[in-house]
Design a protein around this ligand. Structure first.
Ligand code: MN
Length: 239
């Protein structure tokens, strides 16, 4: 059996081919998996679980169909951090804290979306702290969908205006943050997404070496980590 990891699909009605590939994946390979982990930014934007946008209906139905057979874990990204318990109840996915350690085939791996590691982007980290605050999220959830859409459009414009995007961060992870995280959690393997720079890195921690696997985005093709008894493999999935 194989455990699967994906992230950074950025599902959005305006990029229909991504959603089509995702639905094919859920109905196909994902069905054969031991477990599926979605490590954030599944959606390009998520205004709240009460968003009536019909585009998400098929996605939720497909996830529900899969979770009836295969456990699916969902970790928040910087685009879909407003995904909540209602979405989890509707789809059957289990919300996973960022970061989380899981043990696969005898090896511990630290799972994260990855945006928390981009500490060079100080302004973004301030936004991140604000938007992950339950009080801020409650304030936002109390607004109408129309108000939230307007807020999201304004926030995106401001983000672009200051030359950095909160979406596919052009900034890479900070190496000191990576090392500190690996040491803090005492793991030899870190798996994350967010930067859209798929790669397998060796991290020299001085007294030991660790591995950092980065999932890619799904803009041009799928990106996946397949992990079985032979270990994890980072691979792409052509459309
Ligand atoms: Mn991200």
């Amino acid at each position: 059996m194989t455990t699967l990891f994906i992230s950074d699909l950025h599902l959005d009605a305006s990029h229909a081919t991504i959603g089509e590939q995702f639905l094919d994946f859920l109905a196909g390979e994902a069905r054969t998996a031991e477990t599926l982990y979605i490590l954030g930014d599944l959606f390009d934007a998520w205004l709240g679980d009460d968003d009536p946008n019909p585009y998400y209906r098929d996605m939720k139905i497909a996830l529900r169909s899969l979770t009836n057979a295969v456990p699916v874990f969902f970790m928040h990204g910087n685009r879909d951090f407003m995904v909540g318990q209602r979405f989890a109840d509707e789809t059957g996915v289990r919300l996973l804290h960022d970061p989380s350690i899981v043990t696969l085939y005898g090896q511990e791996v630290l799972l994260s979306h990855g945006d928390a590691l981009c500490t060079d982007d100080v302004q973004y980290q301030e936004v991140r702290a604000m938007t992950r605050d339950p009080a801020w999220q409650a304030m936002m959830s109390a607004k109408s969908i129309e108000e939230r859409i307007a807020f999201a459009i304004k926030a995106r414009k401001e983000s672009i205006a200051r030359g950095e995007s909160l979406d596919d961060s052009i900034m890479d992870v900070n190496q000191d943050a990576v090392k500190a995280t690996l040491n803090e959690h005492d793991v030899a393997l870190l798996l994350h997404g967010h930067t859209h720079r798929p790669a397998v890195h060796t991290v020299d921690l001085g007294h030991r070496k660790a591995t950092r696997i980065v999932l890619g985005d799904w803009y041009e093709q799928g990106s996946i980590v397949r992990w079985d008894e032979d270990g994890p493999r980072l691979e792409s999935m052509p459309r």
